[in-house]
Design a protein around this ligand. Structure first.
Ligand code: HEC
Length: 138
């Protein structure tokens, strides 16, 4: 056990060394403990969603909070004033619905009021789905 831990630790150090300058820039003490992808996903959420959404339970802003959004019924928070389009959407958010909604909200819930929001790339959307699935913890 002890030696396995050491082996994986030293091999990840080697990976960091091999990846060069970019990784070194990212290897601040707090980031070194977690994969850099999580930080990128958190950043993507901050850039595209955080103006209007929080991931904290009960914390509704211009948009509803996105706490445990995967597996949650669309338009279902009791204390948020949804458009009738969202309230009547009639589905549960899964990875696919969520990613498509981020790219083109109107194609998933026609007439929703997530405005002004221009959509993001499928790549960014994928990162944000992972971030939300992890419960919004970076
Ligand atoms: C300009 C503000 C704004 C931005 C930016 C924004 N949203 Fe929204 N979002 C809203 C509003 C307003 C609603 C409510 C829509 C309705 O009721 O029709 C909403 C609704 C949602 C819902 C439905 C929630 C539920 O309870 O069913 C999801 C999921 C969502 N947004 C995800 C995102 C994600 C992910 C991003 C970033 C990629 C994002 N939004 C960016 C304003 C925004």
């Amino acid at each position: 056990m002890q030696s396995r831990l050491q082996t994986s630790r030293s091999s990840s150090l080697r990976t960091i060394a091999a990846a060069g300058a970019v990784t070194l820039l990212l290897s601040t003490p707090s980031l070194a403990q977690q994969p850099a992808g999580n930080e990128a996903a958190h950043q993507a959420f901050n850039n595209s969603c955080r103006t209007c959404h929080s991931v904290k339970e009960g914390d509704n802003r211009l948009g509803p909070n996105l706490n445990k959004i995967l597996g949650r019924k669309a338009g279902a928070l009791p204390d948020y004033n949804y458009s009738s389009a969202m309230k009547d959407a009639g589905f549960v958010w899964d990875q696919d619905k969520l990613a498509r909604f981020m790219v083109k909200p109107d194609e998933v819930v026609s007439g929703n009021k997530m405005q002004p929001y221009g959509g993001i790339s499928a790549e960014e959307a994928g990162k944000i789905v992972a971030y939300l699935q992890a419960g919004g913890t970076p």
